[in-house]
Design a protein around this ligand. Structure first.
Ligand SMILES: Cc1cc2nc3c(=O)[nH]c(=O)nc-3n(C[C@H](O)[C@H](O)[C@H](O)COP(=O)(O)O)c2cc1C
Length: 348
């Protein structure tokens, strides 16, 4: 199967099947209500500086796609939404564009819009020394940056997906050393894709010089689940076995708090979940599947969805007694239930 077929396959599966984890940990985060909010709703400030860029709300349209005609349409819609609302946006893995110039337009389309924070995307397995001559290094990093005028590049850590795929690239040897080398050239973000980042890994990655994290935790899209629908006996079986594998997003935010910006992706469904993520210590929330579904219904649907999400963020900050996005100290988020037990278990 080519990368192109795999990419379109993922989008179709995500739109047509249930690909989310059984439990959404955002339901375990309780925000304390303030009967007397501290400022008028209209005065709540949603803007923030993230990775040296000013965005209009704490929301990133997470990495999803590139490399096919359908992907180009999605990237065009998503970039238009990011421009209209002043949000950050990531593209999906740029591997197709790096390997074959014919796929470049599906990524380059992002440059048609004024997106205030653009994040590129390269897979960690491509950085491994096991790739021999094909290993990505500073040259590919530069190409990925120029393809979309990126402000930072996400290195995606998707080993759960790779182990479930029969053709998966489960190479990790030399990856950290290469991240260290590449982080000297351009700002890198360490990004998971639905299974979360542990404290140990966050510290190691910080030591390699990454500038931030996208924790991409368990609660939403599970790539074990996505792969389970691809038909082969191995994906079907292993996809089901590993369906709920990973560190829940709220727990991952807490443990990855090592003094760098954190984007919280994984299971966010609305603006309240974004504020729940802020209460755990994230700088901004990220959404993938929710926005893919909206974009699949056209630009009006995506624009309306983003508009509502931003209103929900504002309303939740208001009702929680916060003055602005950066006033996170005023947010009181309590981690309950199964999610709270996992967090406590980590420190037992
Ligand atoms: C269709 C689809 C394709 C994705 N492709 C990528 C990718 O190429 N690179 C990446 O870093 N993450 C990719 N992701 C993962 C998302 O960026 C995100 O981390 C994950 O889906 C969890 O967020 P969600 O629960 O809001 O979907 C993809 C997600 C979806 C739904």
């Amino acid at each position: 199967m080519t990368i192109k077929e795999r990419k379109d396959g993922h989008i179709d599966i995500c739109l047509e099947r249930n690909v989310t984890s059984d439990h959404n940990s955002w339901d375990d985060i309780f925000l304390v209500h303030r009967a007397v909010p501290r400022v008028d709703l209209e005065d709540i400030d949603l803007t923030l500086d993230l990775l040296g860029r000013r965005i209009q709300a704490p929301l990133i349209i997470s990495a999803m796609t590139g490399g096919t005609r359908k992907a180009m349409e999605f990237n065009r819609l998503l970039a238009r939404g990011a421009e209209e609302f002043g949000l950050g946006m990531g593209v999906g893995s740029q591997r197709s564009g790096l390997n074959d110039g014919g796929y470049l337009p599906s990524y380059e389309v992002v440059k048609e819009f004024e997106v205030p924070l653009v994040l590129g995307n390269i897979g960690a397995p491509q950085l491994s020394s096991a790739q021999g001559d094909k290993r990505y290094g500073p040259k590919e990093l530069e190409q990925a940056r120029d393809m979309i005028d990126a402000h930072a590049i996400c290195i995606h850590l998707n080993y759960l997906q790779e182990v479930v795929q029969p053709e998966g690239e489960t190479y990790v040897s030399g990856v950290l050393e290469n991240i260290k080398r590449m982080a000297k050239e351009f700002p890198l973000i360490a990004k998971e894709t639905g299974a979360g980042i542990s404290r140990e890994d966050a510290l190691a990655l910080k030591g390699c010089g990454v500038k931030g994290f996208d924790v991409g935790g368990l609660s939403g899209t599970t790539f074990a689940g996505v792969e389970s629908f691809r038909g082969g006996p191995k994906e079907t079986r292993m996809g089901k076995t590993f369906w709920n594998w990973g560190i829940p997003t709220p727990v991952s935010i807490r443990v990855v708090d090592v003094g760098l910006p954190i984007i919280a992706t994984g299971g966010l469904r609305n603006g309240m979940d974004v504020v729940r993520a802020l209460s755990m210590g994230a700088s901004a929330g990220g959404m993938a599947l929710q926005l893919l579904k909206a974009a699949s219904r056209g630009y009006e649907a995506l624009s309306s969805e983003l508009d509502i999400i931003l209103d929900e963020i504002k309303a939740t900050l208001f009702l929680s007694g916060a003055l602005s996005v950066s006033d996170q100290g005023s947010l009181k988020g309590i981690m309950m239930g199964r999610t709270g037990e996992i967090f406590e278990g980590l420190y037992r």
